[in-house]
Design a protein around this ligand. Sequence first.
Ligand SMILES: [Zn+2]
Ligand SMILES: [Zn+2]
Length: 69
Amino acid sequence: MKCYDCALSGRSDTTAIGVCTRCGLVICRDHGRVTRTVIHQSRGTGASTTGRPARRAVCQTCYGAEYPG
Ligand SMILES: [Zn+2]
Ligand SMILES: [Zn+2]
């Protein structure tokens, strides 16, 4: 698997490290971002969190769309 952004820029020497959870494209370390996200669970009397952040990989483009600026 090759990173999509690397393929666009003609690079072929990178190794993919994951898949963007938003757009589903393959990403490498240079083009991907790993963010932390809190899992919300609903247990009967309303939403609660586990208190432990989960890991989530997004590509550069989706990261920029989610966190502009
Ligand atoms: Zn890349
Ligand atoms: Zn993406």
